[in-house]
Every structure is written in structure tokens, then in C-alpha cells.
Design a protein around this ligand. Structure first.
Ligand code: SF4
Length: 236
């Protein structure tokens, strides 16, 4: 009897269909080991510390966040300390960083984690995304940077790199879904240090080399595995 085929949702490319994914990954990781910046939140896997850094880095430059990050964690060293403080105090500690909604969300998140998760920040992105102020990117970032899960974390910088490297003609509806699917396909398969480093590295490449206005293809470590880089190399 012929098997009835079930329509499959379009989840984007399978890993083996992403051209040059292996080369891209190897080159990116090698470059990051040598050129990745030594940032305080890259020295920790503490989920609370990672979460604080991610909230601060939304809409604020790395250089500005560094000082605030240390000060905030001195004042609220644990998720319980933050949960138990007054909203006005938290807002005051955020003074100068702007976008105060982030502080309010972080405070509510801490209270929810203490109340509903026994003070443990969840590691599953599907659970993280239900917390106040946590979108799909932040959920992936915390899962990856704190728990080393092999899950994509696609912010503006990462989306730009993936688009240029693998989908230079991607436009319109479904583009975001394709970027996330490719982001998942090019990740190291298993959780662990390589998954952590890959997500840090692709973010770093977007921040330092594959920059928004003019990508520095001439000095890019993944150029040979990049659709856009190959075109510019060929003079196209
Ligand atoms: S080769 Fe150019 S476009 Fe491709 S990832 Fe590098 S900087 Fe970006």
C-alpha cells in the first residue's frame, strides 16, 4: 500500500544542504580563538550573570555595558538579591544605561525565577522565552552562553552574517525563519564548548568584520566559505 505523504513544514535547509557549512565553522572558530575579545561575560557560565549581560547589551554598546555590568552585579550578586530589592532601587542602579524597561523586566524576571523556578534560571529556550523581557534571541543566548546548548542565538549582527554568507538573495516573508533554520544547521551538533564558542564567534564576526555598512571581506576569515565574499573576490 502506498504511504500517504504528510506535507512537511518548510524548516529551511538540512545541515548537509548548507554549502560550505563545515569550512565556515572551522574557519570561524579558529579566528575567534585568536581574535575574540576578552569580555567579562565571556569568562563566566553563571546563568544570572549571562542574563544580566544580555539585558544590558540590548540596545547598548559593549564598551558602555562593561562598567555597569560589574557595578550591577556587586549590588545584586544573586538572582534572589535582585528579586528582593525595591523597583526604585533597581531603576536607580540602571541609571545611565537608558531603556529602563529592561531593568523593570529583569527585576520581574528575577522575581518569577525565584517564585516559579526555585531560583534557577531555566536552560530550555522554550521556557526562557516565556520570562519577562526575553525574546527568541535572548533565550537562545542564555541557553548557549550559560548552558552551552547547541541552540542558535540570532541577533542583528548574526542575521547579517548568515544572510551574506548563505542567503545573499533572501528577501521577504519567511526570511527570518530561514535565517534561524540555517543558524541551527551550521551550529556544532552537540552542546559544549564548541557550541558556546560558535555563537560567540559568529556574533563577534558580525560586530568586528562583517559590519553593517561595509563588510571587511578582504580581512574576513570565512571569505572562502561565504557567498557574498566569493562574489566580491570574483569582482562581481
Ligand atoms: S566575506 Fe564579507 S560578507 Fe562574507 S562573512 Fe566575511 S565580511 Fe561578511
Amino acid at each position: 500500500m502506498a504511504r500517504k505523504s504528510t506535507p512537511q513544514p518548510n524548516l529551511g535547509p538540512h545541515p548537509r544542504d548548507v554549502r560550505h557549512a563545515g569550512e565556515f565553522r572551522r574557519r570561524l572558530l579558529r579566528w575567534f580563538r585568536r581574535h575574540g575579545r576578552d569580555l567579562p561575560w565571556r569568562r563566566t557560565r553563571d546563568p544570572y550573570h549571562v542574563l544580566v549581560s544580555e539585558f544590558m547589551l540590548q540596545q547598548t554598546q559593549v564598551a558602555r555595558v562593561e562598567a555597569y555590568y560589574h557595578r550591577f552585579l556587586e549590588r545584586y550578586p544573586t538572582v534572589e538579591a535582585l528579586a528582593g530589592s525595591e523597583p526604585a532601587m533597581v531603576r536607580e542602579s540602571w541609571a545611565g544605561l537608558g531603556y529602563y524597561r529592561r531593568a523593570a523586566n529583569l527585576h520581574r524576571l528575577a522575581q518569577e525565577v525565584v517564585r516559579d523556578h526555585a531560583g534557577v534560571i531555566p536552560e530550555d529556550p522554550a521556557v526562557l522565552v516565556s520570562l519577562p523581557g526575553v525574546g527568541r534571541y535572548t533565550a537562545g543566548a542564555v541557553a548557549s552562553f550559560a548552558y552551552e546548548r547547541a541552540t542558535p542565538a540570532i541577533d542583528t549582527n548574526v542575521a547579517r552574517v548568515i544572510r551574506r554568507a548563505f542567503h545573499p538573495h533572501l528577501r521577504g516573508r519567511g526570511a527570518e525563519r530561514t535565517l534561524w533554520a540555517t543558524g541551527a544547521a551550521i551550529l556544532p551538533r552537540r552542546r559544549g564548548a564548541a557550541a558556546w564558542a560558535f555563537n560567540q564567534a559568529i556574533m563577534e564576526l558580525g560586530a568586528l568584520v562583517c559590519t553593517a555598512r561595509i563588510p571587511k571581506c578582504g580581512e574576513c576569515p570565512v571569505r572562502s566559505a561565504c557567498a557574498t565574499g566569493a562574489r566580491t573576490r570574483a569582482g562581481g
